[in-house]
Ligand binder design. Structure first.
Ligand SMILES: [Zn+2]
Length: 528
């Protein structure tokens, strides 16, 4: 089964609440999509948006290797001719080989929104497609609201598709624009369409009923050969069909050759990379590529997974570039710790005293309020420190944080003294609050030694007050999430003092980044 992937992250995805792409963002996303082997990249609506026009100009210089770039727009306006229509002119000016235009399928829209006769809409579809064809372009036709239109007036919906086909459209894309169609209806209607359409069909669905991935897969099974979607399912309202899950399902469940297996292994990284450009956090529970997608916690599950991963995993995580995680909690026995050590390539013997010491230490810290299943980076550092497999990249001498209020303005300043090797650093920095000031001061002190730190930032910060235990003051637990271009990680600190708890989580997050970078450098050296 050959399926073509058509990405619309840059056009439909850009309609997502909270997403705003710069031209540079769009170029970075397009390059990533090209790298993983998506067949078509819909770059934007060149007639309607000057930023999109600039993107089409610049992307030409960037030179895509695999993907074909597509310009998107609508059929001509009602009271004009194609040659005079500004939308069609804009589309041609993007100079892409392929142009996708959408037109109205649903008589309700033609009557109530366009307020034109039904036949006029058919003319708009036909002569817009024909005009773009006459200019030497391949034209894909998006039948907007196709499924709703077909349910309301099948005869008219059919005529709109045939108008586009007869005018020379190369692919007819059936859209579930309002995203409310149920999977069985998608399959049934596509079967009916296949009885009167003899050219390739595509599918473009939205996720308003949380059915978008299932609907896209069902459409492929019903004979559609082009699937449209966005990375991580971003898009207006509840989003578009998530192309990441679609790709994984097509490849791993239906044996479709939509991507090479090497590209498939880049899927997790691509999903995270694009989420970061969208300034969104990839959901931990995102199927296939999320951080929790292959995370096991229950003792019995871990036990079974160790014997055979198939017991609790539907696919091999490495097939999509993700990884299995064994979550360590105070319920985890020695086998969990051993497994974690093995994952981290630490030699640890089941009966060695150091194993017992480590287990006891973890249990003790969990008792104090640490929560390592939520902070694996801190756990890794703790294990490596305890087993003496790790030397800290810097050593704190002392720090001071001053927060003051002058008039209406609060300011925070941090002063820190630390040592890197034999070198002594003494720096100060301001920040929006004490933690930010500490973070800034720490980076300032370390930036000359470790320039890679410029590529990371803190992406989440959680504070929780823990229950008071008899005779002690309440403690706080701070969890910090940090991110760089290809990864994200959580670290933890617990203390009776919120600044100290934050400091612990903060320094772990930086130590982890430095450890990660050092590991990357040494594996690159080994490979070359
Ligand atoms: Zn859409």
């Amino acid at each position: 089964m050959k399926v073509e992937l058509y990405d619309t992250t840059l056009r439909d995805g850009a309609q997502s609440e909270g997403v705003s792409f710069s031209v540079m963002d769009k170029i970075r996303i397009a390059k990533k999509l090209d790298e993983i082997g998506v067949h078509y990249i819909e770059g934007g609506w060149p007639g309607a948006n000057p930023k999109d026009m600039e993107f089409f100009k610049k992307i030409k210089r960037a030179g895509l290797k695999n993907a074909e770039l597509v310009a998107f727009g609508s059929t001509r306006h009602a009271r004009t001719t194609p040659a005079k229509d500004p939308v069609l002119k804009g589309l041609l000016s993007a100079e892409t080989k392929i142009i996708t235009i959408f037109g109205k399928t649903w008589d309700l829209h033609v009557r109530d929104v366009f307020r034109i006769p039904l036949d006029e809409n058919l003319k708009m579809i036909a002569d817009s497609v024909a005009f773009l064809k006459s200019k030497g372009r391949t034209v894909y036709y998006d039948a907007e609201h196709f499924f709703d239109g077909y349910k309301a007036n099948p005869e008219y919906a059919k005529r709109t598709l045939l108008a586009a086909r007869d005018a020379g459209a190369g692919v007819l894309i059936l859209c579930d624009t309002n995203g409310g169609t149920i999977t069985s209806e998608i399959s049934g209607i596509i079967e009916e369409v296949r009885a009167f359409v003899d050219i390739p069909l595509g599918i473009h669905v939205h996720n308003d009923a949380d059915m978008a991935v299932a609907n896209s897969i069902a459409a492929v099974q019903a004979g559609v050969t082009q699937v449209q979607g966005t990375i991580n399912g971003i898009g207006e309202r509840c989003g578009n069909a998530n192309l990441v899950s679609i790709i994984a399902n097509l490849s791993l469940k239906l044996n479709s050759e939509c991507l090479s297996s090497a590209s498939l292994r880049g899927l997790t990284e691509a999903s995270r990379y694009i989420a970061e450009i969208c300034n969104m956090r990839q959901l931990d529970v995102q199927p296939f590529v999320g951080n929790s997608a292959f995370a096991h916690k229950a003792g019995v599950h871990i036990n079974a997974i160790l014997k055979n991963p198939k017991t609790y995993e539907h696919v091999d995580p490495t097939a999509v570039g993700n990884r299995r995680r064994m979550l360590i909690s105070d319920q985890t026995g020695r086998s969990g710790i051993l497994k974690k050590a093995q994952e981290l390539e630490l030699e640890l013997d089941k009966d060695a005293p150091k194993t017992k010491r480590l287990l006891k230490l973890i249990q003790q810290l969990e008792h104090e309020g640490y929560h390592f299943e939520a902070a694996e980076a801190s756990l890794e550092l703790l294990m490596k420190r305890t087993l003496k497999k790790f030397n800290d990249f810097f050593r704190l001498m002392d720090f001071r944080v001053i927060t003051s209020k002058e008039g209406a303005k609060m300011t925070s300043e941090a002063i820190i003294k630390l040592k890197v090797g034999k070198e002594f650093q003494h720096t100060a920095a301001l920040g929006d609050g004490p933690i930010n000031a500490l973070d800034n001061a720490l980076r300032k002190a370390l930036k000359d030694f470790y320039p890679g730190l410029a590529g990371m930032h803190l992406s989440d910060f959680k504070v929780r007050v823990l229950e008071e235990k008899a005779g002690t003051a309440a403690r706080v637990r701070v969890l910090i999430e940090s991110q760089d271009s290809d990864d994200s990680w959580w670290t933890i600190g617990v203390s009776e003092n919120i600044i100290e708890a934050s400091w612990k989580a903060l320094t772990d997050s930086i130590e982890y980044k430095l450890l990660k970078d050092a590991r990357k450098r040494s594996s690159e050296r080994a490979a070359s």
